[in-house]
Ligand binder design. Sequence first.
Ligand SMILES: Cc1cc2nc3c(=O)[nH]c(=O)nc-3n(C[C@H](O)[C@H](O)[C@H](O)COP(=O)(O)OP(=O)(O)OC[C@H]3O[C@@H](n4cnc5c(N)ncnc54)[C@H](O)[C@@H]3O)c2cc1C
Length: 437
Amino acid sequence: MAKFVLIGSGLAGGLLAAYLGRRGYEVDLYERRADPREGDMVGGRSINLAISTRGIHALEQIGIADEALQHAIPMPGRMIHDRSGTLHFSPYDVDPKNCINSIGRAALNTTVIEAAQRYPNVSVHFNHKCTDVDLDTPTVQFEAEHGQLPAHGDAVIGVDGAFSAVRQSMQMQINRFKYDESYLAHGYKELTIPPASDGSWRMEKNALHIWPRKSFMMIALPNPDSSFTCTLFWEFEGPRSFATTKTDDGVRRFFDEEFPDAVPLMPTLLEDFRQNPTGSLVTIRCSPWYYKDKVALVGDAAHAVVPFYGQGMNAAFEDCVVLDECLEEFPEDRERAFGEYFSRRKVNADALADLAIGNFIEMRDKTASKTFRAKKKLDHFLEAALPGIYLPLYTMVTFTRIPYATAAKRARTQNAIVYTALIAIVLIIALLIFHFV
Ligand SMILES: Cc1cc2nc3c(=O)[nH]c(=O)nc-3n(C[C@H](O)[C@H](O)[C@H](O)COP(=O)(O)OP(=O)(O)OC[C@H]3O[C@@H](n4cnc5c(N)ncnc54)[C@H](O)[C@@H]3O)c2cc1C
């Protein structure tokens, strides 16, 4: 059986190692950080994430969904906080069973790594930082505790995230490798709402909380320890921005003006704001995602997206399912398997990148409006009235495995039909009124 060298034991790396291990391949999984079970592995990354149908399906296929989801908190809708502190709950779907789930990154990472380690043919090596890959041999160079180390395999998979070292080697060694990165003008900072003194959640726990403020927003997802992790998405630069709000007084004033109902729930706001890093939000598109039968990219390494559809990890997990299917379909031709995987996923990753940017505008601006709530009600009415025919875009992306590109296209067609029908109805009513008055 072939030997795979995987770089990065993050969310997709651990899961992919389990899939490849199950297929009987010899797998060496290398990670630059220490073992997540030994302490804090989050290192400035989001503490919790929303997992939905695609991600859960990928976990189910390898038999670890129940284990992973045991502490997850279902979120059947958004809880919108306006400036006055008034709350509006807007369900994600007409079917209340369709929820997104808040899950801890560290716990999920441990679950996927342990799933991989159950296969005796999978070995995991922490504290190994990949510095370079020679694509043709393929050989990986690592910086490890005792100096430089090479590792060789039949194939190397870069599952090493948005700033992938494997992808950088591909950029340098593949002619006409296409690469594009674009940063949002917004960054993000994580803050905390701790549990109440009686150990309960200080807000509704079964909801994704949003404070939409037009050009920026804050969100909060519940954690199993009764806290919430809040994320402020705000401009890096500008008259009111991360750049101009440096003092405790400035931070306090900004929060008092914009999120007055959250401030009393955030006793460590000023410390959190000072101490927690401000992260960037990047979209990365590249092509191709593979080189011969030697190297491939999976997850954020191939297609980092901004987090506003809550789909980056879900898409990375879906990559693992599709790559596994392609290896099953072409067991004797790995280059063909890599090529199929790339062609099945690339168009969908590109569609997701666009959807994710579009959803930022929806979350931070439109969720606050009555029109948004009316549109959601209309969506849910049509979904219930035309089962299997009309599916809102959010439902297709989040609660089905319809490929992202197909979902985006179908939503455009549905919108065109619905808006044309609405205009026709308004015209007919106007004509009738005109006729009878
Ligand atoms: C604020 C925020 C919120 C998000 N919320 C959601 C959400 O709600 N739902 C969702 O689906 N997605 C969400 N995402 C996206 C999600 O975090 C990523 O899509 C997901 O982590 C991708 O998994 P990955 O395994 O490809 O990469 P990563 O999780 O980044 O893992 C990469 C791994 O590779 C290791 N590594 C990196 N370089 C090297 C090297 N040179 N050598 C060895 N190891 C290396 C890293 O240490 C890491 O362990 C969010 C992202 C952000 C920033």
